[in-house]
Write a protein of this length. Sequence first.
Lengths: 337, 625
Amino acid sequence: MTDTARYTRADFQTDQEVRWCPGCGDYTILASVQNFLAELDVPRENHVFISGIGCSSRFPYYMNTYGMHSIHGRAPAIASGVAAANPDLHVWVITGDGDALSIGGNHLIHALRRNINITILLFNNQIYGLTKGQYSPTSEVGKRTKTSPMGSIDWPFNPVSLALGAEATFVARTIDMDRAHTAEILTAAYEHEGAAFIEIYQNCNVFNDKAFIELTGRETRDANRIYLEHGKPIVFGKEDDKGVIVGPDGAQVVDVADVGIDRIQVHDAKAPEPGVAFALSRLSVGPHGPTPLGIFRDVSRPTYERQLTDQIAQAQDRQGPGDLDELVRSLGTWTVE
Amino acid sequence: MSEETTADTRPEPEPIDDVVIRFAGDSGDGMQLAGTRFTASSALFGNDLATFPNFPAEIRAPAGTLAGVSAFQVHIADWDILTPGDSPDCLVAMNPAALKANIGDVVKGGLVIVNSDAFDERNLHKAGYETNPLEDGSLESYHLLTAPMEQLTKEAVQGTGVKGREVLRSKNFFALGLMSWMYQRPLDPVIDWIESKFGDSPVAAANTAALKAGYNYGLTTEAFHHTYSVAPATLPAGEYTNITGNQSLAWGLVAASQAAGLPLFYGSYPITPASSILEALARLRNFGVRTFQAEDEIAGIGTSVGAAFAGHLAATGTSGPGLALKSEALSLALMAELPLIVVDVQRGGPSTGLPTKVEQSDLLFAMYGRHGEAPLPVIAAATPSDAFEVAIEAARIALKYMTPVILLSDGYIANSSEPWRLPDLTRIPDLTVDYASGPNQGDSFLPYLRDPETLARPWAVPGTPGLEHRLGGLEKQDGTGNVSYDPMNHEHMTILREEKIARIANDISPVEVFGDQDADLLVLGWGSTFGAIRAGVNRARKREGKVAHVHLRHINPFPANLGDVLARFETVLVPELNRGQLSRLIRARYLVDAISQSKVQGQPFKATEIAMRIMQLLDGKDERS
Ligand SMILES: Cc1ncc(C[n+]2csc(CCOP(=O)(O)OP(=O)(O)O)c2C)c(N)n1
Ligand code: SF4
Ligand SMILES: [Mg+2]
């Protein structure tokens, strides 16, 4: 293995033609991830990208690392197997809102609760891209699509709320267009030991264009991006004139001038209980209006594979490494002369 | 044996060659345990044996009802036996429901031992008896012996410290003691077991007291003075253990992982009758075994596919409903050409069906239950101990050909036990694999460049520098493994994947014909029907019929000589615990007019059923000629 690798972005590109629609947010995320990996001092062969099915899930084909473009919704399960088998690898899951939250919802929550050491990037475009524009489990109520001509009547998931509810140890949100922020979140997620979940708002310019316009549009973005920073009061707006308070009724946006800076919630990503983080995740639906971005929660809990490896070591200490001769005799034997 | 049982002036035990005993009671009565302990003593005594536990799907069906009856049948013999026996020679019934559910199977004139305390009005009513069968003469054609087992157990456990409902819990040990007397089994192995299990506790004392009381009751009660002895069998010399199929399958996987020098990964979701494989492997962390209890069967196989990618010997186990869920991921593993063992411990279906009963009805599902053109190797275990070797064979094929392999077992093999002569572990084939370690074409690494002989692709595991590559479900270009939608390439790859599996036929043992090589009739079987078919064939041959038997381990591909073998026989009979699935495969592949003998009652074949069908066919032919 190469100890010190100095990579450029090109080292993480493959010879495969990238086939997303021009203008798709997936390109931006791909570039962010490739740039991020190039800056790490980690051998390329130690990264494994596992995806499900969807536009976003084509991602591994474009990453010059180990990878698997698997089946719809099952990437967290397959990635769990890779990580449990070889804890030295860094295992990434690339998934879409349909892939992770509809067909694969079960695997996602279980990977999170087990705290398997995988980094999950959920590309949320609030639509089924690959199958050409049906509503997804994150599409807003009333959304008209080919399969909801009169408007969707499904209540959507809020992926961050869901991950917090599954007691994920690392939960964050970012947006494709904000590459500096994406890089920051990737760094923290990469360093996190255990399951890290990042929701990335991703624009599908063909089937759900401008879904995040309130967060990306020049006029609205400053008023709507709430950047969460650990240890700092949650304020936002061009002049930091807006803030968030958290009370018995949940989180609420206020004018800082009205309540005074001391009443503004100081963000604590390390809080052992996910309650406040959950309240923050409820701030926006859609997302419309002010929406938190950043790390909601970053706590530590033993990882699944560390515990598994420990149990193996313990058992070997206590019983010695497995001896097949002894094993087949372990239920008692008798001898026929 | 304890002192009070030594001064014996009773008649000598009657020597018998073999006996089939069935312990039956309410699910809460501990009959599985009584049967298992009786079996263990018999094994230590040197008998050959075969067992068949038969329990209800409900953990606790209403006490005293027919639905709640649980039974354990054991066949012990002084000769090499093949089945747990067709009909019990002796039935132990702990309540009216157990009697009612089982008496029809007992041979006429057989011994019926009954716990008379349970035959009160309430229990008789629950079992649907209008009059008491112990008194109304309906059991006249059997040799009926009754004992007030509950009363006697209560008296026996006095002073041991057990109280309340615990008192009667020991009555299964009373029954076991009584049966140990009847069949002259030593008590010491049972007492040792009680000590190791319950330590120095009131429960241990009560169970031991009840056991001895049962034994002494037989010794002192004249009605029980006719006893039997079954001499040790003359089995081939060697060291034996008594093993169930799931246990041996689990050990086979471990043996394969050692032979391959790879850690074992087992991703699975509990389901009857496969769960005990997961349980057995979970205890073997010191072997480096990674068991992963997944959130469902899809994740069970999903994690295993991931572990296979990462270079482990990966397996996943389930039963029919779970295999249905695994189907999509199985096709991915096939497409990715990763080694994987998929165990299906079959049970009665469809849907939840008969979850605790045996059936062989997933064969066609194993063969064809995937989307697309997706052939996979399918192999089957024939007996509990055979599961050990079949697990190793599954691993051999999976690793050598880089393919998933489906291993079929069933509920009968899973839970039944037989003495297993410990194999020479040094003779387990070497399954070592070479991961790819460098470029295989010039400076580049082609993940789908194939071994010209086996057509297997290289296995390059993540972490290996320079061999980074992407697998996936989309069609691959041959060689590079790049995504390809080229029509001709898809056809080429489809045929290549088929050819890879077909070539395995040259790498497996040819079938061997047992019995009369010049017979006109061949009985062709697969899986757990082995014992019943072999015993049935032997019976028919004793009656001067000429019959041969072939039992398949490999079902896909079939062994290379199977076609020629089939062609030598005029008639081919295929007994199966399904509606004729192997017979359909045989007809389609070899255009042989195979005759199906089908049984789907959740119970194994009886040897007599096979023998009768054989005799009918042989007689029929006589008439025609
Ligand atoms: C078992 C199965 N069911 C359905 C599909 C069809 N399918 C492929 S991707 C997809 C939805 C993708 O949506 P999303 O996960 O949001 O990914 P996106 O394309 O938006 O990135 C569906 C329904 C499939 N490939 N497999
Ligand atoms: S359909 Fe949408 S998500 Fe898919 S590639 Fe095109 S723009 Fe991107
Ligand atoms: Mg989507």
